[in-house]
Design a binder for this molecule. Structure first.
Ligand SMILES: Cc1cc2nc3c(=O)[nH]c(=O)nc-3n(C[C@H](O)[C@H](O)[C@H](O)COP(=O)(O)OP(=O)(O)OC[C@H]3O[C@@H](n4cnc5c(N)ncnc54)[C@H](O)[C@@H]3O)c2cc1C
Length: 433
C-alpha cells in the first residue's frame, strides 16, 4: 500500500459494504481522500427493509440509517455516476460520464444482480425482479389494481414478495422448485412451520414447480404463467425471485473472477491496491464452515470494515465468527447460528428438533455425536434468541447439556422459555448423559 497518507481511496458502491468501508476508513484515517462512486441513490439505505415500503409499514426516510449530509460531515466525496472500467496500470477508474478518477486504493463493492430463470416471456409488462428502490416503485405501479400474482422462488425474497402481495390482498401463488420451502437451507421440519404460515396467509404454494413460460396478451402484458408441472395460472404480475449473483459488470484487464471477484483473506484481489467486499466478493480459500460468497447484510458490513483497516495500514484477515442470519416468514421469526445445514453433512454430527404443539415455535440444535456433544449450530423459529449468548456457546463449543441448562437465558421471552424448558430438555433427553 502507498504510504504515507493522504492518498486517494475510491469505493464503487454505497451499499452496506462500500459505506461501512468509507466510514470506518474515515474513523481510522482523518487524512484519507475518500470518494464514493454510486450509481443508485446518493444516500445509503437498508436493502432488507425494502419490502416494508411496499407494505406501507415504513416510509423512504425510515430505511436510511444515516443523516442526508453524512458524506459531507465525514468529508467523503460522493460521485453519482456509473463506473464502467478500470485501468489497473494507470490506476484509473473510468466513469460513464466525465473524466476518469485516479486511485491509490480501490474497493469494488458492487453488490449483486438478480438471477433470471431460463423461460420465455420475461420481457412482458408485469414481469420483474426485486433488488432495489426502483424495483419497489415498479412493483407499486405494476400491481396497482390487479387481483392475482405469481411469485417464482422458494427462498427469502420469494416469500417476501408473497407477503407484499398479500398485504394488498392480491391472491398469490408461490412456485417452489423443491419439495419443501428453502430446501437448500431449511430441514423439512422447519420448512413445515413455514408452510403452515403460507397456508394460514392463503398463499397458494406449488411445490416441485417452476415457471416454464410466461404468457402475454395482445398488449404485451402478462396474462398467465405455465408451470413445469403443466398448470396454467392466470395472473397480471409475475415476480422472479430465483436468487442473486455477484455483480461483475465492472471489469478490468487481468482482474481474476470466478462467480465473484476473487479475493484473498484480506479481501484483496489479484490487482495491486484493488479490493472487493460484500455480495460481489468471492473468497479464494474459505475457512471451515465458511461459504465463498456471503450475501448478507452483516457480513457485507464486516467485510467493508476489514478492507478499511487494511487500507489504513492495519491489515487484518477477514474473520466473521460464527454464521448468523435472521428473517421473518410472515409471522414466524427465524434465526440461524453456526453450522445448521438442511441435511446431515458428515459423520460425527447430528441434530435434534423440538417443536411446540401449535407449530409456531421450533428449535433445532446441531451438535457432535461424541460426548460431550459440542454445539455446532442452532435454528430457531418463532423464538427470538440472544445473539451474544448463542455466539458465545458456538465460540466455546459448549456441550449440549450446558446449552439446554442455560436455554432460558438465551430466549428473549423468559416466561415462554421457562414454561417449555422441561419439554425441550425431554426432546434431547436421549443425548443427555
Ligand atoms: C429484497 C432483499 C432482502 C434482503 N434481506 C436480507 C436480510 O433480511 N438479511 C440479510 O442479511 N441480507 C438481506 N439481503 C441481502 C443484503 O441486502 C445484501 O447482502 C447486502 O445489501 C449487500 O450489500 P453490498 O454493499 O455488497 O451490495 P449492494 O447493497 O447491492 O450495494 C451495491 C451498490 O453498488 C452500486 N453499483 C454497482 N455497480 C456499480 C458501478 N459500476 N458504479 C457505481 N455504482 C455501482 C449498486 O447500484 C448498489 O447501490 C436482502 C437483499 C434483498 C435484495
Amino acid at each position: 500500500m502507498p504510504t504515507p497518507f493522504p492518498f486517494r481511496v475510491l469505493i464503487v458502491g454505497n451499499g452496506v459494504a462500500g459505506s461501512s468501508c468509507a466510514l470506518e476508513l474515515r474513523r481510522l484515517r482523518p487524512d484519507a481522500h475518500i470518494t464514493l462512486v454510486a450509481d443508485e441513490t446518493p444516500h445509503h439505505y437498508s436493502r432488507p427493509a425494502l419490502m416494508y415500503l411496499y407494505t406501507g409499514q415504513l416510509r423512504p426516510a425510515d430505511i436510511k440509517p444515516h443523516a442526508d449530509d453524512l458524506w459531507t460531515q465525514q468529508r467523503i466525496e460522493l460521485v453519482q455516476n456509473r463506473a464502467v472500467g478500470l485501468d489497473p496500470t494507470a490506476r484509473l477508474l473510468h466513469l460513464a460520464d466525465g473524466p476518469a478518477l485516479p486511485y491509490d486504493a480501490l474497493l469494488l463493492a458492487t453488490g449483486s444482480v438478480s438471477r433470471r430463470p431460463a423461460c420465455p416471456g420475461q420481457d412482458l409488462t408485469g414481469v420483474q425482479t426485486f433488488y432495489n428502490l426502483t424495483d419497489v416503485v415498479q412493483m407499486q405501479q405494476l400491481t396497482q389494481g390487479i387481483s392475482r400474482g405469481v411469485v417464482a422462488g422458494g427462498g427469502l425474497v420469494g416469500i417476501e414478495l408473497a407477503e407484499m402481495l398479500h398485504s394488498r390482498r392480491i391472491a398469490t401463488t408461490l412456485l417452489i422448485r423443491d419439495g419443501h420451502y428453502w430446501a437448500g437451507v431449511l430441514p423439512p421440519a422447519e420448512a413445515a412451520l413455514v408452510a403452515q404460515q403460507l397456508v394460514e396467509n392463503k398463499i397458494d404454494a406449488h411445490y416441485h414447480s417452476e415457471i416454464a413460460e410466461i404468457l402475454g396478451d395482445a398488449n404485451g402484458r402478462v396474462r398467465a404463467v405455465r408451470t413445469t408441472a403443466g398448470t396454467e395460472l392466470a395472473c397480471q404480475w409475475v415476480g422472479l425471485a430465483v436468487g442473486v449473483q455477484p455483480n461483475l459488470s465492472l471489469t478490468a484487464p487481468g482482474l481474476a473472477t470466478d462467480q465473484g471477484y476473487l479475493v484473498d483473506n484480506r479481501l484483496q484481489t489479484n490487482l495491486p491496491g484493488v479490493f472487493a467486499a460484500g455480495d460481489c466478493a468471492q473468497l479464494r480459500t474459505p475457512g471451515a464452515g465458511q461459504v465463498a460468497i456471503e450475501q448478507l447484510w452483516y457480513t457485507g458490513r464486516a467485510q467493508g470494515q476489514t478492507v478499511a483497516h487494511t487500507i489504513a495500514g492495519q491489515a487484518s484477515d477477514y474473520q466473521r465468527g460464527p454464521w448468523f442470519n435472521s428473517a421473518k416468514f410472515f409471522h414466524l421469526e427465524y434465526q440461524t447460528y453456526g453450522q445448521a445445514p438442511a441435511a446431515p453433512d458428515g459423520a460425527g454430527r447430528t441434530s435434534a428438533f423440538w417443536q411446540h404443539a401449535t407449530g409456531r415455535h421450533g428449535l433445532r440444535l446441531y451438535f457432535e455425536t461424541d460426548v460431550p456433544h459440542k454445539l455446532l449450530g442452532v435454528n430457531a423459529l418463532g423464538l427470538r434468541l440472544r445473539h451474544d449468548i448463542c455466539d458465545a456457546w458456538l465460540r466455546a463449543a459448549a456441550p449440549l447439556a450446558q446449552v439446554l441448562a442455560e436455554w432460558p437465558r438465551a430466549a428473549f421471552d423468559p416466561e415462554f422459555a421457562r414454561q417449555h424448558h422441561a419439554a425441550l430438555r425431554a426432546s434431547f433427553a436421549v443425548w443427555l448423559d
